[in-house]
Design a protein around this ligand. Structure first.
Ligand code: GDP
Length: 174
């Protein structure tokens, strides 16, 4: 059995559901008041990748950020994939995704010179009041080099596994 370490970044504005997403994916739980410790934190999930490969998935969540800030390269170092999350009811968090993606692309590159595979998640799609249309998200996702985008509801456990599954298919395990 071979073991690999895989670092995936979870970025986006504060309050969009990053910690909830990680908590749901790793622990299978959702809590209205769940809050991780402040600062950069990571959770670990061990996956059977294939018959011969086991992956220790490290999810790096920047907890406690209210707005976009340029991250240090140390935070990004060694990452092989990224999840950018915004809140569909909050247009500011959507606009910030451009900055998050630009910052990421500026500071990261795969060993083969390609940008990190990055998926865009429109979270809280259980909410009825929407600030961003699917059409807008779709255009934005293409224009900014995301591999795909998905609507998620961490609350209703919609597309959380699917989003991470998509990342797995994009990430190359060496
Ligand atoms: P973070 O600051 O990006 O890590 O966001 P949190 O994970 O702390 O979530 C912020 C708030 O949004 C919390 O009150 C969560 O319970 C709530 N939340 C997270 N995901 C969803 C969702 O899919 N739907 C709804 N309605 N609320 C959510």
């Amino acid at each position: 059995m071979r073991e690999h370490l895989m670092k995936i970044l979870i970025i986006g504005d504060g309050n969009v559901g990053k910690s909830s997403f990680v908590n749901r994916y790793v622990n299978g739980r959702f809590s209205q008041s769940y809050k991780m410790t402040m600062g950069v934190d990571f959770s670990l999930k061990v996956l059977q990748w294939s018959e011969r490969d086991k992956v220790r998935l490290q999810l790096w969540d920047i907890a406690g950020q209210e707005r976009f800030i340029s991250m240090t390269r140390i935070y990004y170092r060694g990452a092989v994939g990224c999840v950018v999350i915004f809140d569909v009811a909050d247009s500011t968090s959507f606009l910030s995704c451009r900055l998050w993606k630009q910052d990421l692309d500026l500071k990261t590159m795969l060993p083969n010179g390609q940008p990190l595979p990055c998926i865009l998640l429109a979270n809280k799609c259980d909410l009825s009041q929407r600030a961003v249309s699917a059409d807008n998200i779709d255009k934005f996702s293409r224009a900014n080099g995301f591999v795909t985008w998905m609507e998620t509801s961490v609350k209703n456990n919609r597309n959380v596994e699917e989003a991470m599954g998509y990342i797995h298919t994009e990430v190359v395990v060496v």
